[in-house]
Design a protein around this ligand. Structure first.
Ligand SMILES: Nc1ncnc2c1ncn2[C@@H]1O[C@H](COP(=O)(O)OP(=O)(O)OP(=O)(O)O)[C@@H](O)[C@H]1O
Ligand SMILES: [Mg+2]
Length: 247
């Protein structure tokens, strides 16, 4: 199996909920090692797209390839190689943080030696070490979010999907996550995230995809996006200009 350039290839993707088109014929690619950001108003179709790319939802039509595999028929193989941090960290409330991590490690076939080494490292990084023996139900939203991120990092996915990963994180944790994304991407992990935080999209992303009403309005580097609006425009100006009248 050769090295692939585009870890995600989406062609003419459509998602209908009944008669409503939540995603309307979108196409894009994500490169290996790229930080790719979906930005758009509430209801734009971001979460719907992430759910399709991670096998939670089936698309209505179009083609989706992840790591060269077809999402329509090879999702089981794809799922072993990707990680998802969903917008709501719904996780087993009665496991302790440590039990949760061991379960994730076992499900993804991470050897026990590596689990024993990595779990404390991840807990240290996210200030969870002290709470490792407590049940998840007793965790705050941000702590659950950090635990889900730790779980994904434990199995080293080739693509990380993160839907609003920084919602609820305190400034120090947000910093940790931002630094981590950069490091992961440098080492070849691809990152697909949805965010409303313009500053993060602007500073972190290699490319930004602005989506609204299920359609892609623009997809480019921040530098190129801002050139089209005005000299010195920041992402807020670009975003408001493109989504004018919507949000
Ligand atoms: N299960 C569902 N059944 C019907 N319509 C749905 C369903 N899930 C989402 N939608 C609709 O699809 C559209 C896209 O929703 P989606 O959750 O993808 O938006 P989003 O871009 O993630 O928004 P947000 O920024 O608020 O998270 C919305 O109009 C939403 O109401
Ligand atoms: Mg969403």
């Amino acid at each position: 199996m050769g090295e692939i350039n585009n870890v995600i290839e989406v062609k003419n993707l459509v998602k209908k909920y009944g008669a409503f088109d939540a995603v309307k014929n979108i196409s894009f690619e994500v490169k290996k090692g790229e930080i790719f950001t979906f930005l758009g108003p509430n209801g734009a179709g971001k979460t719907t797209t992430v759910k399709i790319l991670t096998g939670i939802l089936k698309h209505s039509s179009g083609n989706v390839k992840i790591l060269g595999l077809d999402a329509a028929g090879e999702m089981d193989d794809i799922k072993k190689r990707i990680g998802l941090v969903p917008d709501q960290p719904y996780i087993y409330p009665y496991l302790t943080a440590f039990e949760y991590m061991r379960m994730i490690g076992d499900v993804y076939g991470v050897c026990v030696e590596e689990q024993k080494k990595k779990i404390p490292e991840l807990f240290e990084m996210f200030d969870l070490e002290r709470r490792r023996g407590e049940i998840i139900d007793s965790f705050s939203h941000g702590m659950k979010q950090k635990l889900v991120i730790s779980g994904v990092l434990l199995h080293r996915p080739e693509i990380m999907f993160l839907d609003e990963p920084l919602v609820g994180l305190d400034p120090k944790s947000a910093r940790t996550v931002k630094d981590l994304f950069k490091k992961l991407a440098e080492n070849g992990t691809s990152i697909f995230m949805c965010t409303h935080v313009l500053e993060i999209a602007q500073k972190l992303s290699d490319r930004i995809c602005i989506i609204n009403g299920g359609e892609i309005l623009a997809l480019d580097t921040f530098e190129n996006l801002s050139k089209n609006v005005s000299v010195g425009a920041d992402l807020e100006a670009v975003y408001l200009n493109l989504t004018a009248g919507e949000n």
